[in-house]
Design a protein around this ligand. Structure first.
Ligand code: NAP
Ligand code: G4F
Length: 324
């Protein structure tokens, strides 16, 4: 029998790559799809899988629709990727972020417990939970110290996942994923903002790029590598929590340099620091220790930051050239 999966956040970056991976493995794939006035299906179209997934109307904050999606999908594996995931927005909409990113996960866990407690559950936890880092390299045993409403909401969802595992014996795992990017990354996140601007500047459509804190450091990997780790976690006999990272950290400034260098431009001539993009509290540095994932899951990152940025700039050059 083919396995059945339900993905929340299927229209997002990770949801689209995960859906593609699961389809390739022979799964029947369902996605919880929140109604929006404008188009959110472009990633599924770009990966050419829109007509191969079944979209179920529902919202993470609406328990009844989440329960219906569990009934309709009869999922063996549930991947909770849906979230208000943009850190900067979480200070402007802290309550909504709490509902969607925090309580939304509990709605999923409740729906699973009520309808099919033997289904396996994946929670999209995040390195943002480390926030003001308590150790120079962050692993599964590093204490958390979230620095944003988003980080705090994710930490609640993370502990609720642990709690449902320990209280009810649910096969619930959390992937503590460090930043991961791709050509399908939302334009508001810094890597994609940079690669889109590089393409526009190179093709003469724009003259400068305004950024916030370019001294922040991130451990950036490729989303398509990272969704493999999500699937691997649910194939283990025992549920657990895993850091998923590359083990290399780079400043936003160096990432800009890599992107501008790739098209033969000097980033210093185009990048302008604009305090408008500074955050009320910053996560200065993230650097993950992915050794547990290597040992238990035989997972490791395969794509370097240089390869990733090249892929993203190439995709944005094509998009800007087509007038998108
Ligand atoms: P993303 O591109 O922002 O996608 C978020 C998804 O959540 C979208 O499909 C969005 O739907 C959906 N969503 C938002 N509000 C919802 C609601 N109320 N009900 C149902 N769905 C809702 O995020 P991503 O980069 O793919 O990340 C996937 C998950 O991993 C998120 O939970 C994120 O917080 C977490 N994470 C990401 C990273 C990273 O670096 N990418 C690292 C660690 C953890 P619409 O398209 O309709 O808005
Ligand atoms: O690309 P970012 O917005 O990602 P951030 O805040 O690290 O969050 C992402 O990764 C988390 C995992 O650690 C996820 F949980 C979360 O959902 C999301 O996917 O910003 C990265 C860094 C920050 O330090 C930010 O201050 O880049 C800095 N930055 C500097 N200028 C900027 C800008 N970020 C954005 N978005 N836009 C700027 O102009």
């Amino acid at each position: 029998m083919n396995k059945r999966a339900l993905i929340t956040g299927i229209t997002g970056q990770d949801g689209a790559y995960l859906a593609k991976l699961l389809l390739k493995k022979g799964y029947t794939v369902y996605g919880l799809h929140a109604r929006r006035a404008s188009d959110t299906l472009w990633r599924l179209r770009e990966l050419d899988i829109l007509d191969r997934v079944s979209l179920l109307e529902g919202d993470l904050t609406d328990l009844s629709s989440v329960i219906r999606s569990m009934h309709a999908s009869e999922a063996d594996e549930v991947y909770n990727l849906g979230a208000q995931s943009f850190v900067a927005t979480s200070w402007m909409q802290p309550v909504l972020t709490g509902y969607v990113t925090g309580l939304g996960a509990v709605n999923m866990l409740e729906a699973l417990r009520l309808t099919n407690p033997s289904a396996r559950f994946y929670q999209a936890s995040t390195s943002e939970m480390f926030g003001l880092v308590q150790s120079p390299v962050q692993s599964e045993s590093t204490p958390f110290y979230p620095r944003s409403p988003y980080g705090a909401a994710k930490l609640y969802a993370h502990w609720m996942t642990v709690n449902y595992r320990e209280s009810f014996g649910i096969h619930a795992s959390s992937g503590i994923l460090f930043n991961h990017e791709s050509p399908l990354r939302g334009i508001e996140f810094v890597t994609r903002k940079v690669t889109d601007a590089v393409a526009r500047i190179k093709l003469g459509k724009e003259k400068q790029l305004r950024l916030g804190n370019i001294d922040a450091k991130r451990d950036w990997g490729y989303a398509d590598d990272y969704v493999q780790a999500m699937w691997l976690m649910l194939q283990q006999a025992t549920p657990d929590d895993y850091v998923i990272a590359t083990g290399r950290t780079t400043t936003v400034r160096e990432m800009c340099q890599i992107a501008f260098d790739y098209v033969g431009l000097d980033y210093e001539k185009f990048v302008v620091v604009d305090p408008k993009y500074f955050r009320p509290a910053e996560v200065d540095i993230l650097l993950g220790d992915p050794r547990k994932a290597k040992t238990n899951l035989n997972w490791e990152a395969h794509t370097t930051l240089e390869q990733l940025i090249k892929m993203m700039v190439d995709a944005d050059l094509r998009r800007v050239d087509r007038g998108e």
